[in-house]
Design a protein around this ligand. Sequence first.
Ligand SMILES: Nc1ncnc2c1ncn2[C@@H]1O[C@H](COP(=O)(O)OP(=O)(O)O)[C@@H](O)[C@H]1O
Ligand SMILES: [Mg+2]
Length: 207
Amino acid sequence: MNKGIFVSFEGGEGGGKSTLIKMLEQYLCSLGFRVTIFREPGGVCISEEIRSILLYKGMEPLTELLLYAASRAQLVPQALQPALKENDFVLSDRFMDSNEAYQGYGRNLDLKMVKEVVALSTNGIRPQVTYLLDLDPKIGVMRASAVTITRFEEESLNFHNRVRKGFLAIAEREPGRIVKIDASKDLKTVFGLIITDFTHRFLEKTR
Ligand SMILES: Nc1ncnc2c1ncn2[C@@H]1O[C@H](COP(=O)(O)OP(=O)(O)O)[C@@H](O)[C@H]1O
Ligand SMILES: [Mg+2]
């Protein structure tokens, strides 16, 4: 049995995933918990290689989906499941929901097919909670372009709006797992919202 609790952060570009995941890691470490962070795609050598292939231009949507799935199919057994055995918390910067939002809603691949491919890739591992950092893409893309170049930044606003709609649809379908956070608020407020939920879910019981 896994000892650790698996938490993912999702949402469009610039919502604050990478920033907030580090803040949560720091907070949990300060309380004495053992914490590991992964990012998708990536986290182990083969998956990091796949991440660099994903930067190629002119990729077919199906190729893109399968590469994300391949990255996860390697990450989960090689590193994520072992990390769940050894840590109190495993945090992931994106996980399966990004496939449905980006390749399903964003790239218009068949949603049923996307879900089937995703199910193949996770080895049955699901986050206990997912923080969805929801933000108007107009603001998000502006924030993100100051930090990193991703393959999705050059996409149209329409694309990013479809991705946002996708995440919101998943949130409606799985309200017990997905916590929608208004990421337009200042960083301290957003982190406070996450900590409040997180404490209520996990820390009050374990202490
Ligand atoms: N709530 C916020 N308010 C203002 N700026 C933010 C907020 N959250 C994140 N940022 C800033 O936006 C940029 C992108 O954040 P990042 O954590 O890289 O987002 P993501 O990983 O979701 O793309 C960073 O410069 C970060 O400091
Ligand atoms: Mg990031």
